[in-house]
Design a protein around this ligand. Structure first.
Ligand code: ATP
Length: 234
């Protein structure tokens, strides 16, 4: 479904992503781990059209989408749940969710999805007319996830969904991620909480200093002594 080939991304002179290749299959849940500054967010932002690569290719559903605008890429079926949630603090919860459907022309479909998700997540019904900024971190993460779902994506890029959340909310967020995956949506999950991510993913990539240094089955990585020492802090 997603195939990144030899991607290179710069900020000015600085190379943040160096010759990265990775794949996410149809319906697959893949995680991307690595320390701070490894280039994970840069990679996600390039896949969804927020940054332009210096070279390399992003293919999605067998189409080259490299360098396309973010809206066009969202229309193709890729959504992002960004790091830090990026909820619009002065918009209501409902309007935050509608932002996720800005590329959808069929307004009846948007209304039906809003109804479905406010029934599925009672917090959205309770907070519907409240400003996004007044919600707790965990509640904002639910809004960020449903905002991403509003365009009915085939692939969701999650950027550190557990960051800064209380353990109970982390558990809830991971239940939601598993449910979304269970519905058939492909997922690329960036996490610092490596144990949590390896517990739900089928495959994993570890990124360090702009490069993929290890990849394999999540089960194999989570039992590898080298990976445990170098990247799981164990
Ligand atoms: P984190 O977990 O801290 O978010 P990350 O793996 O997502 O880390 P990136 O945020 O992609 O890493 O950063 C990769 C490198 O690019 C880092 O050296 C970072 O300082 C640099 N970088 C990130 N954003 C910018 C920017 N807007 N301008 C210049 N350099 C940047």
């Amino acid at each position: 479904m997603l195939a990144v080939e030899n991607l290179v991304v710069h900020y000015g002179e600085a190379e943040a992503v160096r010759d990265i290749s990775l794949e996410v299959g149809d319906g697959e849940l893949v995680c991307l781990l690595g320390p701070n500054g490894a280039g994970k967010t840069t990679l996600l932002n390039t896949i969804c059209g927020l940054l332009r690569p210096s070279s390399g290719m992003v293919n999605f559903s067998q189409e080259n989408i490299t360098g396309r605008h973010a809206a066009a890429i969202q229309r193709k079926g890729i959504s992002q749940v960004p790091e830090g949630r990026k909820i619009f603090p002065t918009l209501t919860v409902e309007d935050n969710l509608r932002v996720g459907a800005y590329t959808v022309k069929d307004k009846a479909r948007v209304g039906a999805d809003l109804k479905k998700y406010t029934e599925m997540f009672p917090v959205l019904a309770r907070r519907r007319n409240q400003k996004g900024g007044s919600l707790s971190g965990g509640e904002q993460q639910v809004v960020a996830i449903v905002r991403a779902l509003m365009s009915r994506p085939k692939l969701i890029l999650f950027d550190e969904p557990s960051l800064g959340l209380a353990p109970l909310f982390v558990k809830r967020v991971y239940e939601i991620i598993k449910d979304i995956h269970g519905e058939g949506t492909s997922i690329l999950l960036v996490e610092q909480n490596a144990r949590m991510a390896l517990g739900v993913a089928a495959r994993a990539y570890i990124m360090d200093a702009g490069e993929i240094v290890i990849s394999g089955r999540a089960e194999d990585l989570s039992t590898s002594e080298d990976v445990k020492k170098a990247y799981l802090g164990e």
